[in-house]
Write a protein that binds this ligand. Structure first.
Ligand SMILES: NC(=O)c1ccc[n+]([C@@H]2O[C@H](COP(=O)([O-])OP(=O)(O)OC[C@H]3O[C@@H](n4cnc5c(N)ncnc54)[C@H](O)[C@@H]3O)[C@@H](O)[C@H]2O)c1
Length: 448
Protein backbone atom coordinates (compact mmCIF):
# COMPACT_ATOMS: atom_id res chain seq x y z
CA UNK A 1 0.00 0.00 0.00
CA UNK A 2 1.18 3.52 -0.74
CA UNK A 3 2.48 5.74 2.07
CA UNK A 4 -0.03 7.96 3.84
CA UNK A 5 0.07 11.73 3.83
CA UNK A 6 0.89 13.56 7.04
CA UNK A 7 -2.73 14.59 7.69
CA UNK A 8 -4.01 11.00 7.76
CA UNK A 9 -5.11 10.44 11.32
CA UNK A 10 -7.90 7.96 10.77
CA UNK A 11 -7.62 4.56 12.37
CA UNK A 12 -7.59 1.75 9.79
CA UNK A 13 -10.32 -0.84 10.31
CA UNK A 14 -9.11 -4.42 10.53
CA UNK A 15 -9.43 -6.48 7.34
CA UNK A 16 -8.50 -10.15 7.35
CA UNK A 17 -6.26 -11.15 4.43
CA UNK A 18 -7.81 -12.91 1.41
CA UNK A 19 -6.19 -16.24 2.29
CA UNK A 20 -7.23 -19.43 0.50
CA UNK A 21 -9.83 -19.92 -2.21
CA UNK A 22 -13.12 -18.06 -2.63
CA UNK A 23 -16.18 -20.09 -3.66
CA UNK A 24 -18.67 -18.28 -5.91
CA UNK A 25 -22.16 -19.79 -5.75
CA UNK A 26 -24.61 -18.72 -8.45
CA UNK A 27 -28.32 -19.48 -8.57
CA UNK A 28 -29.14 -19.23 -12.31
CA UNK A 29 -26.48 -20.46 -14.74
CA UNK A 30 -27.79 -18.55 -17.76
CA UNK A 31 -26.34 -15.84 -19.99
CA UNK A 32 -24.93 -13.53 -17.32
CA UNK A 33 -23.49 -16.26 -15.10
CA UNK A 34 -21.79 -18.17 -17.92
CA UNK A 35 -20.42 -14.98 -19.52
CA UNK A 36 -18.95 -14.12 -16.12
CA UNK A 37 -17.44 -17.57 -15.49
CA UNK A 38 -16.06 -18.01 -19.02
CA UNK A 39 -14.63 -14.50 -18.83
CA UNK A 40 -12.82 -15.10 -15.54
CA UNK A 41 -11.22 -18.25 -16.95
CA UNK A 42 -10.24 -16.49 -20.21
CA UNK A 43 -8.66 -13.66 -18.20
CA UNK A 44 -6.83 -16.18 -15.99
CA UNK A 45 -5.45 -17.82 -19.13
CA UNK A 46 -4.28 -14.45 -20.42
CA UNK A 47 -6.46 -14.53 -23.54
CA UNK A 48 -8.76 -11.63 -22.60
CA UNK A 49 -8.84 -8.46 -20.50
CA UNK A 50 -11.23 -7.67 -17.61
CA UNK A 51 -12.73 -4.64 -19.37
CA UNK A 52 -15.54 -3.02 -17.38
CA UNK A 53 -14.33 -4.24 -14.01
CA UNK A 54 -13.40 -1.54 -11.51
CA UNK A 55 -11.72 -4.04 -9.18
CA UNK A 56 -9.38 -5.23 -11.94
CA UNK A 57 -8.74 -2.07 -13.98
CA UNK A 58 -9.67 0.85 -11.73
CA UNK A 59 -7.27 3.07 -9.82
CA UNK A 60 -7.87 5.18 -6.76
CA UNK A 61 -6.35 8.58 -6.14
CA UNK A 62 -4.82 9.08 -2.71
CA UNK A 63 -3.88 12.42 -1.18
CA UNK A 64 -3.50 15.63 -3.14
CA UNK A 65 -3.60 15.92 -6.95
CA UNK A 66 0.05 16.89 -6.81
CA UNK A 67 1.03 13.73 -4.87
CA UNK A 68 0.87 11.45 -7.91
CA UNK A 69 -0.43 8.48 -5.94
CA UNK A 70 -3.05 6.42 -7.81
CA UNK A 71 -2.61 2.72 -7.08
CA UNK A 72 -4.78 0.05 -8.66
CA UNK A 73 -7.79 -0.70 -6.46
CA UNK A 74 -6.80 -4.37 -6.31
CA UNK A 75 -3.39 -3.37 -4.92
CA UNK A 76 -4.90 -0.92 -2.45
CA UNK A 77 -7.42 -3.23 -0.71
CA UNK A 78 -6.90 -6.97 -0.14
CA UNK A 79 -9.20 -8.57 -2.73
CA UNK A 80 -9.33 -12.24 -3.67
CA UNK A 81 -7.24 -12.96 -6.75
CA UNK A 82 -9.00 -14.25 -9.87
CA UNK A 83 -6.83 -17.38 -9.61
CA UNK A 84 -8.48 -18.17 -6.28
CA UNK A 85 -12.08 -18.16 -7.55
CA UNK A 86 -13.94 -21.50 -7.68
CA UNK A 87 -17.49 -21.77 -9.01
CA UNK A 88 -20.72 -23.67 -8.56
CA UNK A 89 -24.33 -22.96 -9.49
CA UNK A 90 -27.92 -24.07 -9.58
CA UNK A 91 -30.29 -24.17 -12.54
CA UNK A 92 -33.59 -25.73 -13.54
CA UNK A 93 -31.92 -26.99 -16.74
CA UNK A 94 -29.27 -29.70 -16.64
CA UNK A 95 -26.90 -28.01 -19.12
CA UNK A 96 -23.36 -27.56 -17.84
CA UNK A 97 -21.83 -24.07 -18.08
CA UNK A 98 -20.38 -24.80 -21.54
CA UNK A 99 -23.72 -25.94 -22.99
CA UNK A 100 -25.54 -23.09 -21.32
CA UNK A 101 -23.04 -20.52 -22.65
CA UNK A 102 -23.44 -21.93 -26.18
CA UNK A 103 -27.19 -21.71 -25.81
CA UNK A 104 -27.04 -18.14 -24.50
CA UNK A 105 -25.06 -17.17 -27.61
CA UNK A 106 -23.23 -14.26 -25.99
CA UNK A 107 -19.62 -15.38 -26.47
CA UNK A 108 -18.21 -16.77 -29.68
CA UNK A 109 -17.65 -20.49 -29.96
CA UNK A 110 -13.97 -19.94 -30.60
CA UNK A 111 -13.50 -18.27 -27.22
CA UNK A 112 -15.74 -20.79 -25.45
CA UNK A 113 -13.73 -23.68 -26.85
CA UNK A 114 -10.58 -22.27 -25.28
CA UNK A 115 -12.18 -22.59 -21.83
CA UNK A 116 -14.31 -25.65 -22.60
CA UNK A 117 -12.98 -28.17 -20.01
CA UNK A 118 -13.34 -25.57 -17.25
CA UNK A 119 -16.91 -24.68 -18.25
CA UNK A 120 -17.94 -28.30 -18.73
CA UNK A 121 -16.84 -29.08 -15.18
CA UNK A 122 -19.43 -26.67 -13.75
CA UNK A 123 -22.65 -28.63 -13.58
CA UNK A 124 -25.76 -27.09 -12.10
CA UNK A 125 -27.11 -28.39 -8.82
CA UNK A 126 -30.84 -29.03 -8.65
CA UNK A 127 -32.68 -25.72 -8.27
CA UNK A 128 -35.34 -24.55 -5.86
CA UNK A 129 -37.97 -23.45 -8.37
CA UNK A 130 -41.69 -22.94 -8.69
CA UNK A 131 -43.42 -21.88 -11.90
CA UNK A 132 -45.77 -19.68 -9.91
CA UNK A 133 -42.90 -17.18 -9.59
CA UNK A 134 -41.42 -17.43 -13.14
CA UNK A 135 -44.28 -18.34 -15.44
CA UNK A 136 -42.40 -18.51 -18.74
CA UNK A 137 -39.93 -21.25 -17.70
CA UNK A 138 -40.13 -24.93 -16.87
CA UNK A 139 -37.29 -27.37 -16.23
CA UNK A 140 -36.64 -30.76 -14.69
CA UNK A 141 -33.52 -30.11 -12.63
CA UNK A 142 -35.55 -29.13 -9.58
CA UNK A 143 -35.42 -30.17 -5.91
CA UNK A 144 -38.39 -31.83 -4.24
CA UNK A 145 -39.19 -31.20 -0.61
CA UNK A 146 -41.90 -31.56 2.05
CA UNK A 147 -42.12 -27.79 2.42
CA UNK A 148 -40.05 -24.65 1.80
CA UNK A 149 -38.04 -25.19 4.99
CA UNK A 150 -37.03 -28.61 3.70
CA UNK A 151 -35.88 -26.96 0.44
CA UNK A 152 -33.89 -24.37 2.42
CA UNK A 153 -32.21 -27.21 4.34
CA UNK A 154 -31.27 -28.85 1.03
CA UNK A 155 -29.69 -25.62 -0.20
CA UNK A 156 -27.77 -25.27 3.06
CA UNK A 157 -26.49 -28.82 2.55
CA UNK A 158 -25.38 -27.82 -0.99
CA UNK A 159 -23.47 -24.86 0.43
CA UNK A 160 -21.69 -27.02 3.02
CA UNK A 161 -20.97 -29.70 0.42
CA UNK A 162 -19.41 -27.17 -1.98
CA UNK A 163 -17.33 -25.65 0.79
CA UNK A 164 -15.97 -29.06 1.74
CA UNK A 165 -15.38 -30.56 -1.69
CA UNK A 166 -13.88 -27.45 -3.29
CA UNK A 167 -11.74 -26.71 -0.20
CA UNK A 168 -12.57 -23.01 -0.29
CA UNK A 169 -12.02 -20.88 2.79
CA UNK A 170 -14.81 -18.38 2.03
CA UNK A 171 -18.03 -18.18 0.02
CA UNK A 172 -20.22 -15.59 -1.71
CA UNK A 173 -23.63 -16.17 -3.34
CA UNK A 174 -24.89 -13.99 -6.19
CA UNK A 175 -28.36 -14.31 -7.73
CA UNK A 176 -28.14 -14.44 -11.54
CA UNK A 177 -31.42 -16.33 -12.03
CA UNK A 178 -34.58 -15.09 -13.68
CA UNK A 179 -36.75 -12.22 -12.56
CA UNK A 180 -39.63 -13.43 -10.40
CA UNK A 181 -43.17 -12.04 -10.25
CA UNK A 182 -43.76 -8.84 -8.32
CA UNK A 183 -44.13 -9.43 -4.58
CA UNK A 184 -44.77 -6.93 -1.80
CA UNK A 185 -43.32 -7.07 1.68
CA UNK A 186 -45.78 -8.70 4.10
CA UNK A 187 -46.03 -9.99 7.68
CA UNK A 188 -44.21 -13.25 6.83
CA UNK A 189 -41.10 -11.22 5.94
CA UNK A 190 -41.13 -9.12 9.10
CA UNK A 191 -38.97 -11.25 11.40
CA UNK A 192 -36.93 -14.43 11.48
CA UNK A 193 -39.58 -16.14 13.56
CA UNK A 194 -42.39 -15.27 11.12
CA UNK A 195 -40.25 -16.22 8.11
CA UNK A 196 -39.25 -19.63 9.48
CA UNK A 197 -42.87 -20.35 10.37
CA UNK A 198 -43.73 -19.33 6.79
CA UNK A 199 -41.06 -21.67 5.39
CA UNK A 200 -42.53 -24.59 7.31
CA UNK A 201 -46.02 -23.72 6.03
CA UNK A 202 -44.77 -23.06 2.47
CA UNK A 203 -46.20 -19.55 2.57
CA UNK A 204 -46.81 -18.30 -1.03
CA UNK A 205 -45.21 -14.94 -0.15
CA UNK A 206 -41.84 -16.70 0.12
CA UNK A 207 -40.32 -16.84 -3.38
CA UNK A 208 -37.52 -19.26 -4.37
CA UNK A 209 -34.95 -16.41 -4.40
CA UNK A 210 -35.74 -15.78 -0.73
CA UNK A 211 -35.09 -19.44 0.08
CA UNK A 212 -31.62 -19.19 -1.50
CA UNK A 213 -30.91 -15.94 0.36
CA UNK A 214 -32.09 -17.41 3.65
CA UNK A 215 -29.87 -20.49 3.13
CA UNK A 216 -26.82 -18.32 2.32
CA UNK A 217 -27.30 -15.93 5.22
CA UNK A 218 -27.96 -18.78 7.68
CA UNK A 219 -24.60 -20.19 6.61
CA UNK A 220 -22.97 -16.77 7.09
CA UNK A 221 -22.45 -16.35 3.33
CA UNK A 222 -22.74 -12.84 1.77
CA UNK A 223 -25.54 -12.50 -0.80
CA UNK A 224 -25.92 -10.16 -3.81
CA UNK A 225 -29.13 -9.84 -5.78
CA UNK A 226 -28.64 -9.21 -9.50
CA UNK A 227 -32.35 -9.28 -10.35
CA UNK A 228 -35.09 -6.85 -9.32
CA UNK A 229 -36.79 -9.42 -7.05
CA UNK A 230 -37.76 -8.50 -3.47
CA UNK A 231 -35.42 -11.28 -2.17
CA UNK A 232 -33.23 -9.55 0.45
CA UNK A 233 -35.17 -6.27 0.63
CA UNK A 234 -37.12 -7.53 3.63
CA UNK A 235 -36.54 -7.14 7.39
CA UNK A 236 -35.84 -10.82 8.03
CA UNK A 237 -32.86 -10.78 5.65
CA UNK A 238 -31.44 -7.62 7.18
CA UNK A 239 -31.78 -9.22 10.61
CA UNK A 240 -30.01 -12.39 9.47
CA UNK A 241 -27.34 -10.52 7.56
CA UNK A 242 -26.38 -8.48 10.61
CA UNK A 243 -26.64 -11.37 13.03
CA UNK A 244 -24.46 -13.71 10.97
CA UNK A 245 -22.07 -11.09 9.61
CA UNK A 246 -23.07 -11.93 6.05
CA UNK A 247 -23.16 -8.67 4.05
CA UNK A 248 -25.94 -8.11 1.49
CA UNK A 249 -26.22 -5.97 -1.66
CA UNK A 250 -29.00 -5.45 -4.17
CA UNK A 251 -30.74 -5.13 -6.36
CA UNK A 252 -30.74 -5.50 -10.17
CA UNK A 253 -27.47 -5.09 -12.07
CA UNK A 254 -27.18 -1.56 -13.45
CA UNK A 255 -26.46 -2.13 -17.15
CA UNK A 256 -27.77 -0.87 -20.50
CA UNK A 257 -30.48 1.73 -20.51
CA UNK A 258 -30.54 2.41 -16.78
CA UNK A 259 -26.78 2.89 -16.77
CA UNK A 260 -27.25 5.54 -19.47
CA UNK A 261 -30.08 7.18 -17.49
CA UNK A 262 -27.95 7.49 -14.39
CA UNK A 263 -25.15 9.02 -16.46
CA UNK A 264 -27.34 11.52 -18.39
CA UNK A 265 -29.91 12.61 -15.80
CA UNK A 266 -27.33 13.91 -13.26
CA UNK A 267 -25.91 16.04 -16.10
CA UNK A 268 -29.30 17.63 -16.88
CA UNK A 269 -29.86 18.35 -13.21
CA UNK A 270 -26.36 19.76 -12.74
CA UNK A 271 -27.10 22.29 -15.53
CA UNK A 272 -30.67 22.98 -14.31
CA UNK A 273 -32.21 21.76 -17.58
CA UNK A 274 -35.85 20.72 -17.31
CA UNK A 275 -37.45 17.45 -18.36
CA UNK A 276 -40.86 17.00 -19.99
CA UNK A 277 -40.61 13.31 -20.76
CA UNK A 278 -38.37 10.28 -21.12
CA UNK A 279 -39.57 7.40 -23.25
CA UNK A 280 -37.46 4.25 -23.18
CA UNK A 281 -38.04 1.13 -25.20
CA UNK A 282 -35.98 -1.99 -25.81
CA UNK A 283 -35.89 -5.04 -28.01
CA UNK A 284 -34.08 -8.13 -26.79
CA UNK A 285 -34.29 -11.80 -27.60
CA UNK A 286 -32.58 -13.74 -24.83
CA UNK A 287 -34.20 -15.90 -22.16
CA UNK A 288 -34.33 -12.90 -19.84
CA UNK A 289 -36.40 -11.10 -22.50
CA UNK A 290 -38.71 -14.09 -22.76
CA UNK A 291 -39.22 -14.20 -18.97
CA UNK A 292 -39.99 -10.47 -18.99
CA UNK A 293 -42.84 -11.10 -21.48
CA UNK A 294 -44.84 -12.24 -18.49
CA UNK A 295 -46.57 -9.14 -17.01
CA UNK A 296 -45.78 -10.35 -13.44
CA UNK A 297 -42.02 -10.48 -14.05
CA UNK A 298 -42.13 -7.27 -16.11
CA UNK A 299 -43.80 -5.40 -13.27
CA UNK A 300 -40.89 -6.31 -10.98
CA UNK A 301 -38.44 -4.98 -13.58
CA UNK A 302 -40.52 -1.89 -14.33
CA UNK A 303 -40.63 -0.83 -10.68
CA UNK A 304 -36.86 -1.15 -10.53
CA UNK A 305 -36.31 0.89 -13.70
CA UNK A 306 -38.83 3.66 -12.99
CA UNK A 307 -37.62 4.79 -9.58
CA UNK A 308 -34.27 5.99 -10.95
CA UNK A 309 -35.26 9.32 -12.51
CA UNK A 310 -37.48 10.52 -9.65
CA UNK A 311 -34.65 10.00 -7.22
CA UNK A 312 -31.98 11.66 -9.32
CA UNK A 313 -34.03 14.66 -10.42
CA UNK A 314 -35.70 15.37 -7.05
CA UNK A 315 -38.91 17.04 -8.32
CA UNK A 316 -39.74 18.03 -4.74
CA UNK A 317 -36.69 20.32 -4.73
CA UNK A 318 -37.03 21.46 -8.37
CA UNK A 319 -40.77 21.55 -9.19
CA UNK A 320 -40.32 24.03 -12.07
CA UNK A 321 -37.95 21.60 -13.81
CA UNK A 322 -39.16 18.13 -12.94
CA UNK A 323 -42.63 18.19 -11.41
CA UNK A 324 -44.67 16.37 -14.02
CA UNK A 325 -42.28 14.63 -16.39
CA UNK A 326 -43.66 11.62 -18.21
CA UNK A 327 -41.57 8.45 -17.85
CA UNK A 328 -42.30 5.24 -19.71
CA UNK A 329 -40.23 2.05 -19.97
CA UNK A 330 -40.99 -0.78 -22.39
CA UNK A 331 -39.26 -4.12 -22.96
CA UNK A 332 -40.15 -6.09 -26.08
CA UNK A 333 -39.16 -9.71 -26.60
CA UNK A 334 -37.74 -9.99 -30.13
CA UNK A 335 -35.90 -13.32 -30.62
CA UNK A 336 -33.68 -12.40 -33.62
CA UNK A 337 -31.64 -10.03 -31.43
CA UNK A 338 -30.60 -12.64 -28.86
CA UNK A 339 -28.53 -11.05 -26.08
CA UNK A 340 -27.67 -8.04 -28.27
CA UNK A 341 -30.28 -5.67 -27.01
CA UNK A 342 -31.15 -2.35 -28.62
CA UNK A 343 -32.41 0.36 -26.34
CA UNK A 344 -33.91 3.63 -27.58
CA UNK A 345 -34.45 6.70 -25.47
CA UNK A 346 -36.36 9.77 -26.54
CA UNK A 347 -35.71 12.55 -24.05
CA UNK A 348 -37.69 15.79 -24.14
CA UNK A 349 -35.82 18.44 -22.22
CA UNK A 350 -36.24 22.22 -21.98
CA UNK A 351 -33.82 25.07 -21.44
CA UNK A 352 -33.60 28.85 -21.03
CA UNK A 353 -37.07 30.47 -21.08
CA UNK A 354 -38.63 27.04 -21.45
CA UNK A 355 -37.48 26.33 -25.02
CA UNK A 356 -37.81 22.60 -25.83
CA UNK A 357 -35.04 20.33 -27.12
CA UNK A 358 -34.77 16.61 -27.81
CA UNK A 359 -32.10 14.01 -27.29
CA UNK A 360 -32.22 10.55 -28.89
CA UNK A 361 -30.09 7.72 -27.63
CA UNK A 362 -29.78 4.45 -29.51
CA UNK A 363 -27.68 2.03 -27.47
CA UNK A 364 -26.78 -1.19 -29.27
CA UNK A 365 -25.52 -2.97 -26.23
CA UNK A 366 -24.74 -6.49 -25.10
CA UNK A 367 -26.52 -7.15 -21.87
CA UNK A 368 -24.38 -9.92 -20.45
CA UNK A 369 -21.12 -8.25 -21.54
CA UNK A 370 -22.15 -5.26 -19.44
CA UNK A 371 -23.33 -7.40 -16.53
CA UNK A 372 -20.41 -9.87 -16.19
CA UNK A 373 -17.85 -7.40 -14.76
CA UNK A 374 -20.45 -6.22 -12.26
CA UNK A 375 -20.84 -9.81 -11.04
CA UNK A 376 -17.08 -10.05 -10.58
CA UNK A 377 -16.81 -6.77 -8.67
CA UNK A 378 -19.79 -7.50 -6.44
CA UNK A 379 -18.36 -10.92 -5.56
CA UNK A 380 -14.91 -9.53 -4.73
CA UNK A 381 -16.21 -6.53 -2.78
CA UNK A 382 -18.75 -8.57 -0.80
CA UNK A 383 -15.97 -10.96 0.17
CA UNK A 384 -13.90 -7.93 1.24
CA UNK A 385 -16.85 -6.67 3.30
CA UNK A 386 -17.17 -10.07 4.99
CA UNK A 387 -13.50 -9.94 6.00
CA UNK A 388 -13.70 -6.36 7.22
CA UNK A 389 -14.52 -5.87 10.89
CA UNK A 390 -16.28 -2.55 10.29
CA UNK A 391 -18.47 -3.67 7.37
CA UNK A 392 -19.34 -7.31 8.04
CA UNK A 393 -22.02 -6.63 10.66
CA UNK A 394 -23.64 -3.67 8.88
CA UNK A 395 -26.04 -5.71 6.74
CA UNK A 396 -26.65 -3.61 3.60
CA UNK A 397 -23.48 -2.51 1.80
CA UNK A 398 -24.71 0.83 0.47
CA UNK A 399 -21.26 1.64 -0.97
CA UNK A 400 -21.96 -1.00 -3.65
CA UNK A 401 -24.94 1.04 -5.01
CA UNK A 402 -22.68 1.83 -7.99
CA UNK A 403 -23.50 -1.56 -9.47
CA UNK A 404 -27.24 -1.63 -8.91
CA UNK A 405 -30.41 -0.26 -10.46
CA UNK A 406 -32.37 -0.14 -7.20
CA UNK A 407 -29.78 0.22 -4.47
CA UNK A 408 -30.78 -1.00 -1.03
CA UNK A 409 -30.62 1.36 1.91
CA UNK A 410 -31.75 1.17 5.52
CA UNK A 411 -35.48 1.89 5.82
CA UNK A 412 -36.23 5.61 5.64
CA UNK A 413 -33.10 6.58 3.70
CA UNK A 414 -33.46 7.40 0.00
CA UNK A 415 -30.99 5.66 -2.33
CA UNK A 416 -28.36 7.48 -4.38
CA UNK A 417 -28.83 6.70 -8.10
CA UNK A 418 -26.39 9.20 -9.60
CA UNK A 419 -23.52 7.08 -10.96
CA UNK A 420 -20.92 9.69 -10.02
CA UNK A 421 -22.12 10.08 -6.43
CA UNK A 422 -22.15 6.27 -6.21
CA UNK A 423 -18.59 6.11 -7.52
CA UNK A 424 -17.41 8.68 -4.98
CA UNK A 425 -19.17 6.78 -2.20
CA UNK A 426 -17.46 3.55 -3.25
CA UNK A 427 -13.98 5.03 -3.52
CA UNK A 428 -14.29 7.02 -0.31
CA UNK A 429 -15.36 3.85 1.47
CA UNK A 430 -12.20 2.15 0.24
CA UNK A 431 -10.08 5.13 1.33
CA UNK A 432 -11.77 5.02 4.71
CA UNK A 433 -11.09 1.29 5.04
CA UNK A 434 -7.38 1.95 4.51
CA UNK A 435 -7.23 4.93 6.87
CA UNK A 436 -6.69 7.38 4.01
CA UNK A 437 -8.01 10.91 3.81
CA UNK A 438 -11.39 11.17 2.01
CA UNK A 439 -11.41 13.18 -1.19
CA UNK A 440 -13.89 16.08 -1.18
CA UNK A 441 -12.68 17.83 -4.39
CA UNK A 442 -12.62 21.14 -2.48
CA UNK A 443 -9.21 22.02 -3.91
CA UNK A 444 -8.65 25.40 -2.16
CA UNK A 445 -5.39 24.13 -0.70
CA UNK A 446 -3.74 24.36 -4.13
CA UNK A 447 -4.22 28.17 -4.12
CA UNK A 448 -2.96 29.01 -0.61
N1 LIG B 1 -27.83 -8.89 -18.38
C1 LIG B 1 -28.15 -7.77 -17.84
O1 LIG B 1 -27.76 -6.71 -18.30
C2 LIG B 1 -28.98 -7.75 -16.60
C3 LIG B 1 -29.16 -6.51 -15.96
C4 LIG B 1 -29.91 -6.47 -14.80
C5 LIG B 1 -30.46 -7.62 -14.31
N2 LIG B 1 -30.30 -8.80 -14.95
C6 LIG B 1 -30.95 -9.95 -14.37
O2 LIG B 1 -30.02 -11.00 -14.21
C7 LIG B 1 -30.73 -12.21 -14.29
C8 LIG B 1 -30.02 -13.14 -15.25
O3 LIG B 1 -30.06 -12.64 -16.57
P1 LIG B 1 -29.70 -13.59 -17.79
O4 LIG B 1 -29.69 -12.76 -18.99
O5 LIG B 1 -28.52 -14.41 -17.42
O6 LIG B 1 -30.98 -14.53 -17.84
P2 LIG B 1 -31.06 -16.06 -18.33
O7 LIG B 1 -32.50 -16.31 -18.57
O8 LIG B 1 -30.08 -16.32 -19.42
O9 LIG B 1 -30.53 -16.88 -17.07
C9 LIG B 1 -31.29 -17.07 -15.92
C10 LIG B 1 -31.17 -18.52 -15.53
O10 LIG B 1 -31.81 -18.70 -14.28
C11 LIG B 1 -32.43 -19.97 -14.29
N3 LIG B 1 -33.39 -19.98 -13.18
C12 LIG B 1 -34.61 -19.40 -13.12
N4 LIG B 1 -35.15 -19.59 -11.89
C13 LIG B 1 -34.24 -20.28 -11.16
C14 LIG B 1 -34.20 -20.76 -9.84
N5 LIG B 1 -35.22 -20.55 -9.01
N6 LIG B 1 -33.08 -21.40 -9.41
C15 LIG B 1 -32.03 -21.61 -10.26
N7 LIG B 1 -32.03 -21.19 -11.53
C16 LIG B 1 -33.12 -20.53 -11.98
C17 LIG B 1 -33.00 -20.10 -15.67
O11 LIG B 1 -33.22 -21.44 -16.00
C18 LIG B 1 -31.88 -19.46 -16.50
O12 LIG B 1 -30.95 -20.44 -16.97
C19 LIG B 1 -32.17 -11.88 -14.71
O13 LIG B 1 -33.00 -11.84 -13.57
C20 LIG B 1 -32.03 -10.51 -15.26
O14 LIG B 1 -33.22 -9.76 -15.18
C21 LIG B 1 -29.56 -8.88 -16.09
Amino acid sequence: MAAKSSIDLIQEPTIAPAKGKLGVMIPGMGAVATTFMAGVEAIRKGIAEPIGSLTQMGTIRLGKRTDGRSPLIKDFVPLASLNDLVFTGWDIFEDNAYESALNAGVLEKELLNKVKPFLKSIKPRKAVFDRKYVKMLDGKNVKKGRNKMDLAEQLRADIRDFKKTSKVSRLVMIWCASTEIFLKQGPVHASLEAFEKGLRKSDPNIAPSMIYAYAALMEGVPFANGAPNLTVDIPVMLELSKRNHAPIAGKDFKTGQTLMKTILAPGFKARMLGLNGWFSTNILGNRDGEVLEDPGSFKTKEESKLSVLERILQPELYPKLYKDFYHKVRINYYPPRGDNKEGWDNIDIFGWLGYPMQIKVDFLCRDSILAAPLVLDLVLFLDLAKRCEELSGLGIQEWLSFYLKSPMTVPGLYPEHDLFIQMMKLKNTLRHLRGQELITHLGLEYYD
